[in-house]
Ligand binder design. Structure first.
Ligand SMILES: *Cc1c(COP(=O)(O)O)cnc(C)c1O
Length: 413
């Protein structure tokens, strides 16, 4: 072993133009950096957590008492949501991309028996879990959910609301209706839709558990707080079965957020060492979301996504996604097969777009917290430049004309 102290780590400023993390809002960074050193039972930290809980209920449109957030990232919230799934539980899971694929793996891990774990420890084939694979680029429809739930009669049904791997919106209404109709309990990965889409979870009574993340639609930092919400039916089930976790058991976790025995209480009690700076950042991101308003934000995403979509189409790309925060595309035919090269070139220049993480290889460009003309135009120009560097013939004048016509030409510009 050699003794070595490395120079201080400097992380550059890059343009996050992928599916997430988004560009953390300056207000959130300020709140994070300006929080004083305070422990997890200090009065303002506890008050901040309770205020976050109330703001989250507003943002998520729910009266669910068990609405709070889990320290970590999206997977932390998802692990918490899946904690009530016990070995041998009957589950139907829909996958149509990378993330719902990992969700289905998590469900197989939770539902596998000890024998099934021992037979394939990293990829247990739980007999009680039916995974229904929808091809990349296609949505999960209510019809598919109804058919599968009617056939398998599971206790739990799972789907991603927005599958960020392929950029597809799945049918939440159809999913909830099917769960209600057949008395199954719906679980939703809402990691990429919360804070972007304008929806209220109480409008989907077939869904009993929801999980999201800090760093996509909420413009907060990863490793702060990942929102979750559970209906009373979920909590009742959890109460009867228990869960194989202390830290991610929703009933235990909720106590630090001032929720005990199904009720709001004045003050949280110890569950784990929460962080004052993470609470301050999360609190500010929720204030920001409420001040902007989900209706306005969601409309703004649709407007700017349309500009980006039309601009890359003008460049000869084919868009296959329908998520308002993300464009998933095939390169022009003459550049097919060079997706990774393009993404790597861009990333080397601090332009952080992404490839798909599972087949087929496509390019993903996101606009999280980039909801203005300047930011979207910059992304469009950088992408056009990257195509040109690979030898594509991109008509910059046509692109500029498109941007002007969408955003209007101002005399100052
Ligand atoms: C990003 C994402 C995840 C994983 O979230 P992390 O914050 O990376 O843990 C899970 N599901 C979906 C749909 C996502 O978009």
């Amino acid at each position: 072993m050699t003794f070595q102290i490395f120079p201080p780590l400097e992380v550059p400023e890059t343009l996050a133009a992928g599916p997430g993390p988004g560009n953390t809002d300056a207000r959130v960074l300020h709140a994070f950096a300006n929080a004083g050193v305070a422990d997890h039972m200090q009065g303002d930290v506890l008050r901040g957590m309770i205020e976050c809980k109330h703001m989250l209920r507003n943002i998520w449109g729910t009266d669910n008492t068990y609405t709070f957030a889990v320290a970590g990232t999206g997977w932390s919230a998802l692990d918490t949501m899946f904690s009530a799934v016990m070995p041998g539980d009957k589950v139907v899971a829909f996958t149509n991309g990378t993330f719902s694929g990992i969700d289905a793996l998590t469900l197989r891990i939770k539902a596998a028996t000890p024998e099934e774990h021992a037979a394939d420890p990293l990829d247990p084939k739980a007999a009680s879990v039916t995974v229904i694979q929808i091809p990349h680029g296609q949505p999960v429809t209510g019809k598919m959910v109804a058919a599968a739930v009617a056939e398998h009669k599971p206790k739990w049904v799972f789907m991603a609301h927005w599958e960020t791997g392929s950029g597809r919106i799945n049918d939440l209404r159809g999913f909830s209706d099917a769960c209600e109709r057949y008395g199954a309990m719906g679980l939703i990965d809402a990691v990429s839709s919360l804070g972007v889409d304008d929806f209220s979870i109480d409008d989907y009574p077939g869904v009993v558990g929801w999980a999201s993340c800090p760093q996509k639609g909420l413009c907060c930092l990863p490793l702060t707080y990942a929102p979750v919400s559970f209906t009373d039916a979920y909590i009742e089930t959890l109460k009867t079965t228990g869960a194989y976790t202390y830290v991610h058991n929703p009933i235990f976790e909720a106590r630090h957020w001032g929720i005990a025995d199904g009720q709001d209480v004045e003050k949280g009690t110890y569950h784990r060492t929460h962080s004052g700076y993470a609470v301050a950042a999360f609190h500010e991101s929720l204030r920001l979301t409420l001040q902007e308003g989900l209706a306005r934000r969601s409309m703004s995403y649709r407007t700017h996504e349309k500009v980006l979509r039309d601009a890359v189409t003008e460049m000869g790309c084919q868009v296959t996604s329908d998520m308002p925060s993300l464009v998933v595309l095939n390169l022009p035919p003459e550049l097919a097969g060079r997706e990774m090269e393009l993404v790597q070139n861009c990333r080397a220049q601090g332009f952080g777009l992404w490839p798909t993480l599972s087949a087929p290889v496509q390019v993903r460009i996101g606009i999280l917290n980039q909801l203005n003309r300047e930011a979207v135009s910059q992304i469009v120009r950088l992408f056009a430049q990257a195509l040109r560097e690979l030898g594509a013939d991109v008509d910059q004048d046509a692109i500029e004309t498109l941007l002007d016509s969408r955003y209007g030409t101002s005399i100052a510009a």
